[in-house]
Design a protein around this ligand. Structure first.
Ligand code: ATR
Length: 264
């Protein structure tokens, strides 16, 4: 019998996940389907339960349900526990397992696809919401020299710095004005077509500016104008999907052709 998977979100119509997983399944010869499910804003748990009852084997979870998925999981991976959010669910006889592959996806894109070594580097993470929290631990595992979290609301950055330790510094955008090797935009500003009030001095000649959102963003335009190399989050999207696929199927798909075809 064909195994069923899905992505839950609200909105969900424009999700690229069904395309990505169909490409992975085709490439690796896995007998599975993957659909997009629009869950009602107040009905995520019921929607997932109905999918499980209908034979669903696993799911991805996107905005705004990652915290709800965290609460719903009966067992959690250590990285999901630290992230406080779940983007991947696996349904087994002994209950619902929750994982978070976002951070691993970001690190895979930065290191494997964009060929950036993060060890010993100065990293600036913009934002202190769920998206930022989800990638902190995998970034720290790369042993950067510095990790600074800059946020509009300083107290939220301070909370994350305290939670994760490791000498993370919290700052306002205004106080962040020296060059970094890698600047990662994890704010929700790009979603609204806005640019956080950044100093151009965070970009140097060798800076990579990375937006966790994919497509054209004001942040990437700003970074490019100020001399930085830029990358959007399409690679991260495909890499986090590959990590989820591996969790479900035990097979690692080749992400490069999938990223290339989505770009085209
Ligand atoms: P998510 O889970 O997507 O990260 P969130 O928890 O609501 O969503 O966090 C959104 C993040 O984007 C926060 O860091 C927020 O800053 P505040 O903590 O000060 O609210 C940031 N953000 C949203 N819109 C922004 C904007 N226009 N400029 C700068 N930062 C913005």
């Amino acid at each position: 019998m064909t195994d069923r998977y899905a992505v839950f979100g609200h909105p969900i119509a424009h999700s690229k996940s069904p395309l990505i997983h169909a490409a992975f399944a085709h490439q690796t010869g896995q007998d599975m389907t993957y659909e997009a499910i629009l869950a009602p804003l107040d009905g995520f748990a019921d929607s997932v339960a109905a999918f499980v009852a209908a034979g669903g084997r696993g799911a991805n979870v996107t905005v705004p349900f990652k915290e709800a998925a965290f609460k719903m999981a009966q067992r959690l991976s250590p990285r999901a526990e630290r992230a406080g959010a779940v983007n991947t669910l696996s349904f087994a006889a002994d209950g619902i397992f929750g994982d978070n592959t976002d951070g691993a996806g970001l690190v895979a894109d930065l290191t494997r696809n964009l060929k950036r070594t993060l060890a010993g580097q100065r990293i600036l993470l913009l934002g202190a919401g769920g998206a930022a929290r989800g990638v902190i631990e995998p970034l720290l595992e790369q042993q950067p020299a510095t990790l600074v979290i800059a946020n509009r609301t300083l107290s939220r950055a301070e909370e994350l710095a305290t939670l994760f330790g490791h000498g993370i510094r919290a700052a306002t955008f205004e106080a962040t004005d020296r060059p970094f090797d890698v600047v990662i935009n994890a704010t929700a500003a790009s979603l609204a077509g806005e640019l956080p009030p950044l100093s151009p001095r965070i970009f140097g000649a060798d800076t990579l500016a990375y937006d966790m959102m994919y497509g054209h963003t004001p942040f990437l335009d700003f970074a490019r104008v100020h001399g930085a190399a830029t990358a959007d989050g399409l690679g991260m999207l495909v890499e986090q999907a590959a990590e989820a696929f591996y969790l479900w199927r035990g097979v690692r798909p080749d992400t490069a052709p999938v990223i290339a075809s989505l770009r085209a």
